[in-house]
Design a protein around this ligand. Structure first.
Ligand SMILES: [Zn+2]
Length: 426
């Protein structure tokens, strides 16, 4: 059998250092989570002290909340430096999904810790990485054919992995592709998963059995978990992250309601509108501090997300803090003066029951006003207009004024992510 770099056949004389690091990192990450609380607390305090010394700051509690605009103006001017043991730096551009794109820098060390966290989550969630996995996101990048076969790693991920560049295909094509390939695991966004489930049900496709769906990038509402269980027999295991610092929390392996804070990567606070910590279990703004993000430091960085914080995971006994009631970006929530922020998902079947809608987007334009944009292949009839208006009033709320407009194409922002609901911030 041919020898190759990174192969298993050089062992025990050689083993790839990236794989060894990842295995050791994962042991450390999961060890902190299950060990006595003073392990992660002591370790975090040391990392935080080093970070603050590096950034010449005095103490976290005295730091003002860092907003997205502050972060942008702080780090865009030029390439920063880091200590040599953090490795080379690379520039990244956030998608700007909340309106303000940000350029930031990340070191090799910070990237390694990010990657190790996602791999550690495979172990946390008991995944068998010898079985098949499909990825439908923007990450695989453009490819020919229906998907690209990702390179197997005999040390860390020996099973077959199919990467599919989400924007290249329609939702119907994603649904039939998933039914055809029936992977054991699927990684995608909640919106793509929701559309796939709708199409499988509406078109009576033969649904595959999927063990776990790994989601990220947007809120997972309880109804989506129920639909994934019903249609695919799949359990959703969500990952909560941001582009600037990477993983923030991973769903508890024993509960849909709690997320274990990734204490080996980030320090999380939940605060009120004045930046003051909220009592346990009370939802507020999420602030994150990236412990390895020395190139473009995020210290008490306000993501614009809402969640509640708990001292430990109430579901499984992990000793690290846990998040619950994760509502995600305020930017994608309905903002109601009476009920506060809430999540809205209008399913494909809701739209299609009213008209042959090809694309749609709902934008909140003011405290009580919405604009619903639809693309049809014919001029909208009065019957369709009435059906759509009634459906939107039912799902969004009859107290709002909703203006329905037909467009030739929806002016999506230049990003791989298409957000079909955009909220309003006064
Ligand atoms: Zn737990």
């Amino acid at each position: 059998m041919a020898k190759s770099r990174n192969s298993l056949f050089d062992w025990p004389r050689q083993a790839p250092s990236a794989a060894l690091h990842c295995l050791a990192d994962a042991d450390f990450i999961l060890g902190l989570e299950l060990g006595p609380p003073d392990w992660w607390q002591t370790w975090q305090q040391q990392r935080l002290a080093e970070l603050l010394k590096w950034t010449s700051l005095t103490g976290l509690s005295q730091r003002p909340v860092q907003r997205r605009n502050d972060y942008r103006s702080q780090f865009e001017p030029g390439a920063p430096r880091v200590p040599p043991d953090h490795g080379r730096l690379e520039a990244y551009q956030s998608s700007g999904s909340s309106g303000v794109p940000v350029t930031f820098w990340r070191s090799e060390l910070a990237t390694r810790i990010n990657v190790s966290h996602y791999w550690a989550d495979h172990r946390r969630q008991g995944r068998d990485l010898r079985t098949s996995m499909a990825v439908i996101t923007g990450t695989p990048g453009p490819h020919s054919g229906n998907h690209k076969q990702l390179l197997a790693d005999p040390w860390l991920h020996p099973g077959p992995q199919m990467g599919r560049n989400a924007p290249q295909f329609t939702m119907r094509e994603h649904a039939t592709w998933i039914c055809e390939h029936a992977p054991n695991y699927l990684a995608t966004t909640p919106a793509t998963l929701s559309s796939i489930l709708s199409i499988i049900e509406m078109e009576h496709l033969k649904a595959p059995r999927i063990s776990q769906v790994m989601t990220s990038s947007h809120v997972v509402e309880p109804a989506l978990r129920d639909r994934a269980r019903r249609v695919l027999a799949a359990s959703i295991r969500d990952r909560y992250s941001c582009e600037e610092i990477g993983p923030i929390a991973f769903q508890c392996p024993e509960s849909d309601d709690y997320y274990h804070v990734a204490v080996a990567n980030t320090l999380v606070e939940v605060v009120d509108n004045y930046g003051k910590p909220l009592p346990e279990g009370e939802p507020g703004s999420v602030l994150v501090t990236g412990l390895h993000q020395w190139a473009s430091p995020a210290v008490r960085y306000d993501l614009g997300d809402i969640a509640a914080l708990h001292a430990h995971c109430p579901a499984c006994g992990a000793t690290v803090p846990a998040l619950s009631q994760l509502l995600g970006r305020k930017y994608f929530l309905l903002n109601s003066a009476t009920d506060g922020l809430r999540h809205v998902r209008i399913l494909a079947e809701h739209w299609l029951a009213c008209a042959d809608v090809r694309e749609h987007r709902v934008v909140q334009t003011g405290a009580r006003t919405f604009r619903a944009e639809v693309v049809l292949d014919h001029p909208m009839t009065e019957l369709e207009r009435k059906a759509l208006s009634d459906m939107l009033a039912r799902l969004i709320g009859s107290e709002f004024t909703i203006t329905l407009v037909q467009l030739d194409a929806i002016p999506w922002p230049p990003s791989a992510k298409r957000h079909e609901f955009v909220g309003w911030q006064p």
